[in-house]
Write a protein that binds this ligand. Sequence first.
Ligand code: 5GP
Ligand code: ZN
Length: 146
Amino acid sequence: MSSNRDDDCIFCAIVDGDIPARIVRETDHTVAFLDANPLAPGHTLVVPRDHHERVADLPEAVSETLFSEVTQLVPRAEAAVDADGLNVGINDGSAAGQEVPHVHVHVVPRFDGDGGAPIHAVAGERPDLSEAELDDIADAIERGGR
Ligand code: 5GP
Ligand code: ZN
């Protein structure tokens, strides 16, 4: 049961068993289930039980458990579909393609020659950044903002 459920959220409804899903693993803080519209066989989503929209909203204990659970899930998904590798990723925010506003980690099995792309392909054209711009960006990230 989620302790801060959003009644409009489809993943909260899956966590609470109100809508069906092919659940593959559950822990106190996370639920993993097959994606309903998979990019590959074995495409699995790992979600925190509690409703948090963005990665930065996750309490530390939840984010630790979430990544730990992803670590457990990856070899299981890979073996289950006899994959050759996996992409693990989060669409964080609508600009990044997030459609369901409840943090979820995509675990996408990959196969040699499957015709897909690496995670480098998710953004648009690569920016041509000067050394000064790279220094400014690194400083801003280190400070936590501009
Ligand atoms: P996003 O674009 O938010 O990162 O990805 C949302 C993912 O959730 C999509 O891959 C989509 O197929 C999956 N999804 C959306 N609705 C449902 C649902 O009701 N059940 C399941 N199992 N997956 C869903
Ligand atoms: Zn939710």
